[in-house]
Design a binder for this molecule. Sequence first.
Ligand code: UD1
Length: 364
Amino acid sequence: MKVVNVVGARPNFMKVAPLHRELENHPNFEPLVVHTGQHYDEQMSEVFVDELGLPEPDRYLKVGSDTHARQTAAIMVAFEQTLHELAPDLVVVVGDVNSTVACALVAQKIGVSVAHVEAGLRSFDRTMPEEINRVLTDQLAEYLFVSEPSGLENLAREGVPSDQIHFVGNVMIDSLVDSIEMARQKSGLETFGVTEGEYVLVTLHRPSNVDNSERLATLVDILCTAAERWPVIFPAHPRTRERLEDLGFDEDFEHVEHLHLSDPLSYLDFLQLMDGAGTVLTDSGGIQEETTILGIPCLTLRDSTERPVTVEMGTNELVPLDPETVLRKLEARMEEQQAGTDDPPPFWDGRAAERIVQVLEKWG
Ligand code: UD1
């Protein structure tokens, strides 16, 4: 069975890598990788391919950045041609980025089965582009691989037939389990001159936070105040860096001694810094999950999460963008010795890819 695994944006690589490896270990499967090129900078793409042991993609579609419509359309046009050439039996898409929905739509329309890994997550906020991508991809896919219990409830409520839904756990945690020891050998803490448990790690890239200059100004304010108390490490996504530079905030940061604005980090470098952080401040989806497994407090600067199990576990907390509240919560979390419970969410155990391949083998 020929399987095309789609990668496009940064959070896709750590989800596809364990699955690709597992498929390679089973003689019934011929896994291929198609990279749409949604993310293209070395720090957003190549470095992840290398560290996670993914092979060079079999096809690289080079679509790059554009508006949502143009980017999604460009992926669809290029992917359709690619599918005609590769003629796979199955297309696997992961997560909720534009590449996910674009490739699922193309595959289904030319009669190739689609599997969606990380199905069923819902923030119930349709102003998030990712929410639209999730809902549509789940409607298109024949195989829905679910990572947390809320996904099962959401898909059942939306009327997805139960024989299409498979609760397999979290493939991103497979990558974390595989890589954590290697990450702990890195020297990120020395590079930034910080001590374990005593710094704040920050990531921000949601359009709702960084594309709005008022919200971005509030965030900058929060980070500058926090840095008076604890070292703050802020590896900025290219979108965020651009907005900070447009508004001149990057220069403000230069005057704050303990605020380290850096380029995006590699998977292992970031994993190490997350593992050693006192608290993580973020608007990312995946980081809410990774901190849950690492037992690191995570404050999520959003009004909703599509990953409610991370809140139930006690590591993650949704925080409104109000400086006083964020700083108060940060203070409380920095004091904490142990975040969350010792029991991970079900099937977040490093074996999700194995379960997915077991399901696919029955089909093949
Ligand atoms: C995308 C995903 C988001 C995911 C994020 C992870 C969608 C709708 N959004 O958001 O869900 O959390 O990736 O990073 O798919 N850029 C570069 N170099 C790159 C890629 C992007 O400089 O390699 C810059 C470009 O200016 C681009 C901007 O970042 O316009 C945004 O990139 P885009 O892929 O459109 O969305 P992300 O914000 O990265």
